[in-house]
Design a protein around this ligand. Structure first.
Ligand SMILES: Nc1nc2c(ncn2[C@@H]2O[C@H](COP(=O)(O)OP(=O)(O)OP(=O)(O)O)[C@@H](O)[C@H]2O)c(=O)[nH]1
Ligand SMILES: [Mg+2]
Length: 163
């Protein structure tokens, strides 16, 4: 079960995971990353290139690459695909270089009344048709930090379990 998986993870403290954080501009990627690193989130501007941050999280060293999502930057996403352990965004499922890479989708901005619930997003993205990799969708608010930390752990646990 999940508990034994988590216990196993805890006994291997040096594990590094490379995470590529992709998504449309204004989705909240940089906010989410800063929230994970317990940094101030009040002066975030659109990412022009990328940010790299290493975050220690319950025995994991998460090396997160936060790539700008503006339309003019999206063509460069491809440059970051090598050796990625986890990524976001269902549109990338077709990428050959990313085959079998687990996907964790953040349904962010859940603090807004207008936010679509995770179940609706999962349906819209047809996530249930994904058969070739581990996937998971988690609702969160990068603004409040709600759901960010714990759910990343669950995603990792699933990934560890199935790979
Ligand atoms: N209400 C709400 N606002 C959020 C949340 N997460 C991020 N935002 C806001 O959304 C805006 C964009 O956040 P960023 O973190 O810069 O978004 P990004 O995905 O990094 O954007 P790019 O760097 O352009 O790709 C900011 O004004 C954030 O404060 C959230 O969970 N709830
Ligand atoms: Mg950003």
């Amino acid at each position: 079960g999940l508990l034994s998986i988590l216990r196993k993870l805890k006994s291997a403290p040096d594990q590094e995971v490379r995470i590529l954080l992709l998504g449309l501009d204004n989705a909240g990627k940089t906010t989410l990353l800063k929230q994970l690193a317990s940094e101030d989130i009040s002066h975030i501007t659109p990412t022009q290139g990328f940010n790299i941050k290493s975050v220690q999280s319950q025995g994991f060293k998460l090396n997160v690459w936060d790539i700008g999502g503006q339309r003019k930057i999206r063509p460069y996403w491809k440059n970051y695909f090598e050796n990625t352990d986890i990524l976001e965004l269902a549109e990338l499922l077709e990428e050959e270089k990313l085959s079998c890479v687990p996907v964790l989708i953040f349904a962010n901005k859940q603090d807004l009344l207008t936010a679509a619930p995770a179940s609706e997003i999962a349906e819209g993205l047809n996530l249930h048709t994904i058969r070739d990799r581990v996937w998971q969708i988690q609702s969160c608010s990068a603004l409040t930090g709600e759901g960010v930390q714990v759910r990343l752990q669950e995603g990792l646990a699933t990934w560890q379990h199935d790979s």
